[in-house]
Design a protein. Structure first.
Length: 134
């Protein structure tokens, strides 16, 4: 998938992102805030566009859905570039080997989970199918 290819192509970018947004250095706060604001705008637009097409539920606030989307992906990608987060993933999912090659195989599963959660109540957006992975 395109998401899997992007994930495999940019481990340094994700590592820098995680380092930046988790830094306690006050000098980096404005840059981290600017990056997060861009993510918030992107996810809010994604939710609004999905609603306009009838693919995204309308019973929860746009901002909350955008925040939950961002967090799902940030945590998943953090497990891909952070030794601590990779170990944390294994605590929840022992078969979830945190190496980039292994995690990249599961990005489509994460997307299906997110899309199923975004589907309108009683409906589907075509992504709620069974995973091929354990």
């Amino acid at each position: 998938s395109r998401a899997q290819t992007a994930m495999e192509a940019a481990p340094q970018m994700w590592r820098m992102y995680c380092d930046l947004v988790n830094s306690s250095d006050p000098d980096l706060l404005p840059m981290a805030a600017e990056l997060e604001a861009a993510s918030a705008r992107f996810y809010r637009r994604l939710v609004k566009d999905g609603r306009a097409r009838g693919e995204v539920r309308d019973d929860l606030p746009v901002g909350l859905l955008a925040y939950l989307l961002d967090n799902a992906f940030v945590q998943f990608f953090a497990a891909w570039v952070s030794g601590y987060q990779a170990e944390r993933l294994k605590m929840f999912w022992p078969k979830g080997d945190g190496t980039p090659v292994k995690l990249a195989r599961y990005v489509d599963d994460v997307l299906r989970f997110v899309m199923a959660g975004l589907a309108p109540p009683g409906g589907t957006n075509g992504h709620a199918r069974r995973s091929d992975h354990e």
